[in-house]
Design a protein around this ligand. Structure first.
Ligand SMILES: Nc1ncnc2c1ncn2[C@@H]1O[C@H](COP(=O)(O)OP(=O)(O)OP(=O)(O)O)[C@@H](O)[C@H]1O
Length: 244
């Protein structure tokens, strides 16, 4: 693993790279669930390894790809678990209001009394994110937050995330979402962060081609440009009659 970058507070970093590039491993290092064999990670100037576990739990929320909560838990109770690390910092009323607010933000008010097992994949993903938000973290780590979400829900959850005002590091496979929702990008390849910087500087056609081997274009659409990926490898026209 090779990564050397610094992110300002409040920035939103998207990590992108091919399968197996090391994105989830980097996330686990940032979350402190695994320790680096060399080098160091600092949060607000303090070595992550020196921050006590309970303090780390107050500051960093992590939604991994493999969240498997007890399906019998009600959504409200599951989201409330996010408040555990900060339970003594706020009053009971404050917690209740905050809980109602994150359930509303994640559009789960109607499902608050449902068992987790009865949620759709997209609703479950929103519940994981709501639980992380309930923690009021300073750093929010999200491994593929748009997994299982339909296009409209992707836009909604990323819009929500991008207006929270907390520092966010998220893995996003969907490159076309990055310019709209991330201030910074880290491109990874072969276990290394090959490029890091402001999204507009880093996410270029050339960088995408060298990282993913596909074409990335910005096409004019109304008053703005929208990103488009051309992922075809063998450009055979659809519907061509092979016998003719
Ligand atoms: N616990 C582990 N032990 C050994 N190798 C591992 C372990 N976890 C991950 N790897 C390997 O490290 C490499 C990077 O894995 P990682 O999950 O970080 O990739 P990724 O970029 O998140 O991939 P994807 O996009 O497919 O989720 C892979 O080759 C993987 O097999």
């Amino acid at each position: 693993m090779g990564a050397d970058f610094a992110l300002d507070r409040g920035a939103i970093l998207a990590i992108a790279g091919p399968n197996g590039a090391g994105k989830s491993t980097l996330m686990r290092l940032l979350a402190g669930t695994v320790a680096p064999t060399s080098g160091s990670i600092t949060l607000d100037g303090q070595q992550l390894s020196e921050i006590k576990l309970d303090e780390r739990a107050r500051q960093i929320a992590f939604v991994s790809q493999n969240e498997v909560p007890d399906g019998r838990l009600q959504v409200r109770d599951y989201v409330e678990l996010g408040q555990m690390p900060i339970w003594h910092e706020y009053s009971r009323d404050d917690h209740k209001n905050a809980l109602d607010q994150v359930l509303k933000l994640a559009q789960l008010e109607d499902k608050a009394d449902f068992p987790i097992a009865c949620l759709s994949g997209g609703e479950r993903q929103r519940a994981h994110i709501a639980r992380a938000l309930a923690q009021r973290p300073r750093l929010l780590l999200l491994d593929e937050p748009t997994n299982h979400l339909d296009p409209e829900a992707k836009g909604r959850i990323l819009s929500l995330i991008s207006t929270l005002g907390v520092t966010i590091i998220m893995i996003l496979h969907d490159l076309v979402l990055i310019p709209e929702f991330a201030s910074h990008v880290a491109l990874m390849k072969n276990g290394r962060v090959s490029q890091f910087g402001l999204t507009d500087d880093v996410l270029t056609s050339q960088a995408v081609r060298s990282t993913f081997g596909v074409d990335y274009l910005l096409l004019p659409h109304g008053s703005r440009c929208v990103p488009v990926l051309d992922i075809r490898k063998t450009p055979v026209p659809l519907g061509r009659n092979q016998d003719k």
